[in-house]
Design a protein around this ligand. Structure first.
Ligand SMILES: [Zn+2]
Length: 198
């Protein structure tokens, strides 16, 4: 038995979400249908409000509600150290360690020729712009410990070391092939502390 077209459409839209297979999409669709209209309006409103209100920080490309994100606005942070991450969720993971007092730069991805993602699709131009100011003395590369993350780290090291900036990489100990955001706080804090020069 196939479902009426509006339900099929809803299932198809939900299937596009990461990690959601057809079965889960069906389960979610029927759960949503069981909710009252006000609850659904709240959900739809929250999605659109997040989309409309959130933009990229003009300095670090982290998610922000204003032109500058709260981390870049914090005057007590060190401006001479920049930690480069793939994703805003990695910023959140490192912030949870309370160990890093510098600033961030969010690339919004990693180099992945298989997926057609090259350096120009990432926020690398913005990073170079920042580094040209002369304030940054060290760049910590905290891309994920997998093939794409390592390729991105190497690419950045080659690009940035000639500028006379110290380039370091998070120490091993992070689960290889994993995502930074899933590392526990202690592991992440240690990897940060034991970072090595590239
Ligand atoms: Zn920022």
């Amino acid at each position: 038995m196939s479902f009426p077209p509006p339900i099929q459409k809803l299932i198809a839209e939900l299937s596009r979400l990461p990690g959601i297979g057809p079965k889960t999409a069906q389960r979610l669709a029927f759960f949503l249908l069981s909710q009252d209209r006000a609850a659904l309006a709240e959900l739809a409103g929250a999605i659109l409000a997040a989309k409309d209100k959130i933009r990229y920080c003009s300095t670090c490309s982290n998610l922000a509600e204003e032109a500058a994100c709260p981390i870049c606005r914090e005057s007590s942070r060190r401006h001479d150290v920049v930690c480069v991450v793939q994703d805003p969720r990695d910023v959140a993971a490192i912030e949870r360690t309370h160990d890093f007092k510098g600033l961030y730069h969010v690339l919004h991805g990693a180099i992945s020729p298989m997926d057609g993602i090259g350096p120009e699709q990432l926020k690398i131009k913005e990073l170079l712009g920042r580094l040209s100011g002369g304030t940054v003395q060290e760049m910590i590369i905290a891309t994920n410990p997998n093939i794409e993350g390592e390729a991105t780290a190497l690419y950045l090291a080659r690009l940035i070391k000639p500028l006379g900036i110290k380039v370091t990489r998070l120490a091993h100990g992070l689960p290889v092939g994993g995502d930074l955001e899933y590392a526990d706080e202690l592991t992440l804090a240690r990897a940060l502390e034991n970072r090595r020069e590239m």
